[in-house]
Design a binder for this molecule. Structure first.
Ligand code: NAD
Ligand code: DAU
Length: 351
């Protein structure tokens, strides 16, 4: 078998960096090339563990810039592409949708063209595209998304991801490219950028800041531990069928208020000087077009690829809280940088 050489786009972000850790820890004879623009969400600290590792290489480039991308990849040898790079935050897509269209649609198109070029030379083993359950829109009280649920994206973010999913699908049908798409639910875990619900609540508790809950906190998300997600992606690369899509989730629905209250309880034990942290909960104006409920039916990946998650929610959420408690340097640097002005703008009027 030829040596696996993975090009991982967006590998300096939250899920991408966790995936790099999973892969380099699981396989010895493997090469990993991370290609990342290092936007506000990309952070080389997430990959610091591997900086002197021979199996690891980093390239800074923008997937939405055709010339920069092809120059950056000129002469670089790889046979698998795992595509994470994207603008990922729904709230930012509401205030600034253009970057989402550029990176998520145009950038995915350019990555597919890179893949097509390799495929035509017989050198591409797989192109795995990482997508989201948000492409399916919003659920009512019942049911769950399956792979055959119709697309109905509601935010500029999810619409741009839906566009990218359709392009990926078309490269299988038109060019016979070995593509696989995974659509997963909300991830949580180490290296999660503090703009997202779970890390935001942990860090605000630690700083005695208010905990902004949109609307009444009744919206439901289906939480997936990032390490389980990374193992599922690796499984899909090995056992997935080209041209197929796989939903990834762990049947772990919680409403937002439940999540915030659980974090408050965990923080009361770890940071008693701020207890009770629940007093910090503040209901704020709802997100426009806020999807009510997401829920993944993972039966296909379970039955066809034999996937089962390794971690329980109770164990993984505690590990996540502890990771933030133990990595103050990581988040202090982010909070004192350009993120500060985003936070002030997004949460105007709350402390
Ligand atoms: P993230 O925002 O933490 O990381 C995104 C990474 O992509 C960053 O390192 C950033 O620098 C890089 N990037 C952005 N624009 C780029 C560009 N133009 N060129 C090159 N690199 C660029 O995102 P994440 O949460 O790790 O999400 C990764 C992928 O998983 C995304 O495709 C997202 O849509 C998808 N996804 C995320 C979740 C979740 O809960 N976080 C759930 C479902 C799907
Ligand atoms: O479902 C998968 C998606 O999950 C991914 O595709 C996205 O990239 C990822 O960001 C995530 O999107 P959400 O919008 O669900 O995640 P977020 O952490 O932003 O919000 C989770 C829920 O919490 C959502 O109902 C909005 C709410 N929320 C969020 C923030 C930031 C609040 O109540 N207050 C907040 O301050």
């Amino acid at each position: 078998m030829t040596q696996r050489k993975l090009l991982i786009t967006g590998g300096a972000g939250f899920i991408g960096s966790n995936f790099v850790h999973t892969i380099l820890e699981s396989y010895e004879d493997i090469q990993v090339i991370v290609l990342d623009k290092l936007t506000y969400a990309g952070n080389l600290r997430n990959l610091a563990k591997w900086k002197d590792e021979k199996r690891f290489h980093f390239i800074k480039a923008d997937i939405a810039n055709k010339e920069e991308l092809s120059l950056a990849l000129n002469g670089i040898d790889f046979n698998e592409i795992v595509h994470f790079a994207a603008e990922s935050h729904v709230d930012r897509s509401i205030t600034g949708p253009e970057e989402f269209v550029k990176t998520n649609v145009l950038g995915t198109f350019y990555m597919l063209e890179i893949g097509r070029n390799l495929h035509e030379k017989g050198k591409l083993n797989v192109f795995l595209h990482v997508s989201t359950d948000e492409v399916f829109g919003s659920l009512g009280a019942d049911g769950a998304f399956t792979e055959s649920t119709s697309y109905a994206p509601n935010s500029p973010y999810s619409a741009s991801k839906a566009g990218s999913d359709h392009l990926v699908r078309s490269y299988f049908h038109t060019y016979g490219m070995p593509v696989i798409t995974t659509n997963c639910s909300n991830n949580y875990g180490p290296f999660h950028f503090p703009e997202k619900l779970i890390p935001l609540m942990i860090l605000n508790c630690l700083q005695g800041k208010q905990l902004p809950v949109y609307g009444k906190g009744e919206n439901i998300r289906d939480w997936l531990y990032v390490k389980d997600h990374c193992l599922a992606i690796d499984l899909a690369i090995h056992k997935g069928k080209f041209g197929e899509t796989y939903n990834i989730g762990t049947r772990n629905e919680k409403n937002n208020l439940e999540i915030v209250e659980l974090i408050c309880n965990l923080m009361d034990l770890r940071h008693p000087q701020g207890a009770p942290h629940k007093k910090l909960i503040t209901f704020v104006t709802d997100r426009p077009g806020h999807d009510f409920r997401y829920a993944i039916d993972p039966s296909k990946i379970e039955k066809e690829l034999g996937w089962t998650p390794k971690y329980s929610f109770e164990q993984a959420i505690e590990e996540t809280v502890d990771w933030y408690m133990n990595n103050k340097e990581w988040w202090s640097e982010i909070l004192s940088g350009s993120y500060q002005s985003y936070y002030e703008q997004q949460y105007k009027g709350i402390g």
